[in-house]
Design a protein around this ligand. Structure first.
Ligand code: ADP
Ligand code: MG
Length: 240
């Protein structure tokens, strides 16, 4: 579903993505873990074409990333993204946040978009908040709306970039529970997170990144109990 081949990217002198090769199959849940500054967000943004790459290639469902125009909009619809900071439209209601994409990008009729959005908001447990503005919701609720908004585009894969890092501790699980459910339903997911519980419950594979490189990848059991590289061992000793 997602395939990166020899992807490189620099920010000036910084080689932020170093020869990245990564394949994510349909229905697979891949957790990306690694120290701050290792290139995890840049990798997610490159998959969604929010960042350009210097060389290599990125395929989504077998198709090369288009660089602009209608095709790029279609690709963005295929690749959902959930950010650390929610990124909801502040001046639109919760319902509008979810209906906007289907109406604007997919030309869905407003009544159909509303029905879809209501179903999704029910699924993530915030249907009663539909007429409120984002700022009136808790962080955990806003992040669940962001997930509903991503789902409304019927994406082939959803990228999550530290979706619970900005949340108060008591709200982390309500978001992770929704993500675990999505994983169980077969959604293809790439998740940057340090939430070990989520990785153990939902991930098929853990990818460890450091200094722009994929250093190792393994099952969650193997990775957390028996990391092979010194860098992974050091990293885990700090966060566990
Ligand atoms: P992570 O998500 O793993 O913490 P990032 O992908 O955000 O890492 O960043 C990787 C490195 O690239 C960091 O050193 C960061 O400072 C740098 N970086 C990220 N975005 C930019 C940018 N737009 N311009 C220059 N440097 C950047
Ligand atoms: Mg990041």
């Amino acid at each position: 579903m997602v395939s990166l081949k020899n992807v490189n990217k620099h920010f000036g002198a910084l080689h932020v993505l170093q020869n990245i090769n990564l394949d994510v199959s349909k229905g697979e849940v891949v957790v990306i873990i690694g120290p701050s500054g290792s290139g995890k967000s840049t990798l997610c943004r490159a998959i969604n074409r929010l960042e350009t790459i210097d060389d290599g290639e990125i395929l989504i469902d077998g198709k090369r990333l288009p660089s602009e125009g209608k095709e790029l909009a279609a690709l963005r619809a295929d690749v959902g993204m959930v950010f650390q900071s929610f990124n909801l439209f502040a001046h639109k209601t919760i319902l509008e946040n979810v209906t906007l994409g289907p109406i604007k990008v997919k030309n869905m009729r407003p009544a159909d978009a509303k029905e879809l959005a209501t179903n999704l908001l029910t699924r993530v447990g915030v249907a009663t908040q539909a007429e409120k503005l984002p700022a009136q919701l808790s962080g955990g609720q806003q992040q669940r709306v962001a997930i509903a908004r991503a789902l409304a585009m019927k994406p082939k894969v959803i990228l999550f970039d530290e979706p619970t890092s900005a949340l108060d501790p008591e709200m982390i699980n309500e978001v992770l529970d929704v993500m675990v459910e999505l994983a169980a339903e077969g959604m293809t997911m790439v998740v940057v997170t340090h939430e070990m519980g989520f990785a153990r419950k939902a991930a098929n594979r853990v990818v460890f990144m450091a200094d722009g490189e994929i250093v190792e990848q393994d099952t969650p059991e193997q990775f957390f109990t028996n990391p092979r590289s010194l860098r992974a061992q050091e990293f885990l000793s700090k966060i566990l």
